[in-house]
Design a binder for this molecule. Sequence first.
Ligand SMILES: NC(=O)c1ccc[n+]([C@@H]2O[C@H](COP(=O)([O-])OP(=O)(O)OC[C@H]3O[C@@H](n4cnc5c(N)ncnc54)[C@H](O)[C@@H]3O)[C@@H](O)[C@H]2O)c1
Length: 276
Amino acid sequence: MAENLLKGKKGIIFGALNDKSIAWKVAEKAHEQGAWFILSNTGVAIRMGTINELAGKTGSMVIEADATSTEDLRSLFEKTLQHFDGKIDFVLHSIGMSPNVRKEIPYTDINYPNFSKTLDISSLSFHKILQTAYHMDAINEWGSVVALTYVAAQRTLAGYNDMGDAKALLESIARSFGYVYGRDRKVRVNTVSQSPTPTTAGSGVSGIDALMDFSERMSPLGNATAEEAADYIILLFSDLTRKVTMQNLYHDGGFSSMGMSQRAIEQYQKSFEDCK
Ligand SMILES: NC(=O)c1ccc[n+]([C@@H]2O[C@H](COP(=O)([O-])OP(=O)(O)OC[C@H]3O[C@@H](n4cnc5c(N)ncnc54)[C@H](O)[C@@H]3O)[C@@H](O)[C@H]2O)c1
């Protein structure tokens, strides 16, 4: 493994709830690679989760912010720039939540206040973070912003509900803001489309175990773990990917390019013969 890929870099990591969170693994690896960062989450998540343990391990400060509140974000960025006595180099958006998924409301019956909340938390928060950083000129040239997404933005996966719509919007924001941020300040903006992963948010999706099993069988390299996602994100924060921007990057063991696997054909044939 390369060393010190993020030496001297500073950032903000949103979304570490507990040691299962993808953001938690990114924070651990960023620390190993020499970065300094602020950890941010909502007040409830800070109280209910174990983020303070991560802060202790990585020598980081925790700053509370609801990523749907532009006021909270402004205060977070101000405190961050003050803390580091200057601009930052990377931001991780690892935030997602759908009340419709949580309450198992079918897609045909979703309630619109819930839908708005899904979009506000899971997609618009990304625009709000980028807009706050852009107007405060908070990110250094060649800085890197990454958000986590899922292939349900491109393909329908039953159970993912309005999160599929939210991820499609999130990926579009990465392209639209990525253009302006690249043109004006040479800041990269990308999304990483990760395999289903056993985290608190992941386990809220109905049928997640079956989805993970299906995806594992379909992917030639198998599902990507949260640790592997963190390795990839470190690379995207590093100077080794300075010309990568406005991309949705699949980190899914090949799943997104598959039609039907040999294993699936064999299983289908077997169950077909069993029914004869
Ligand atoms: N787990 C999976 O299967 C999977 C797959 C692909 C993409 N993702 C994405 O990865 C990201 C991280 O999720 P995870 O799987 O690590 O689960 P997680 O539950 O550990 O993380 C989700 C985080 O979002 C935070 N959050 C919710 N509302 C917020 C708000 N208003 N302001 C700030 N933070 C808020 C939560 O507190 C939590 O820390 C999400 O965007 C998720 O959609 C997850």
